[in-house]
Design a protein around this ligand. Structure first.
Ligand code: FEO
Length: 173
């Protein structure tokens, strides 16, 4: 059986991942109606990945004898000033997610729940990779500045940036 405190921490991480999926869906949709096809595709994919992160938690909690609680999701921001704002907010959000992941790992450690700590290690690695991708993108945006043709190419090339794909199978770490 899952320790209650660990189960609560995992369920609160589930909310974070569900919100992330919703948030990136809003960004993808905004980009789509603003002619930013590459950005839109990139965020649709991010949204799908975050949903997989959520599903992975649902399955793990239930398999370990806990109960996953599917949350109501808060409405995300639906309008953005610029691509720069989109990616700066993206990094801020991922840093906040990393802090939450670390909190869960800390609770697992305190409760001596080493199997769950091992499971959460996947999220720790995923966050490191995601943060690195966003930082690379922000560096590119900083180089481009407000140059319209640069932004056009940036959006087009974003289609080719991939973040790591995951599998839902919890045992396949
Ligand atoms: Fe699954 Fe990047 O949070």
């Amino acid at each position: 059986m899952l320790n209650k405190r660990v189960e609560e921490a995992l369920n609160s991480q589930l909310i974070v991942e569900a919100y992330s999926s919703h948030y990136y869906l809003a960004v993808a949709s905004w980009a789509e109606v603003n002619g930013l096809g590459g950005t839109s595709e990139f965020f649709y994919e991010q949204s799908d990945e975050e949903r997989m992160h959520m599903l992975r938690l649902v399955k793990f909690i239930n398999e370990r004898g806990g109960k996953a609680v599917i949350p109501r999701i808060e409405m995300p921001q639906n309008d953005f000033k610029s691509l720069r704002q989109v990616f700066e907010d993206f990094l801020k959000h991922e840093l906040a997610v990393s802090a939450k992941v670390n909190e869960v790992v800390g609770i697992c450690h305190e409760e001596k729940d080493f199997p769950t700590m091992n499971f959460m290690q996947w999220y720790v690695s995923e966050q490191i990779e995601e943060e690195a991708v966003v930082r690379t993108i922000l560096d590119q945006l900083n180089l481009i500045g407000d140059d319209k043709s640069g932004l056009y190419h940036f959006d087009r090339d974003l289609k080719n940036i991939k973040t790591p794909q995951i599998t839902i199978n919890n045992t396949a770490n």
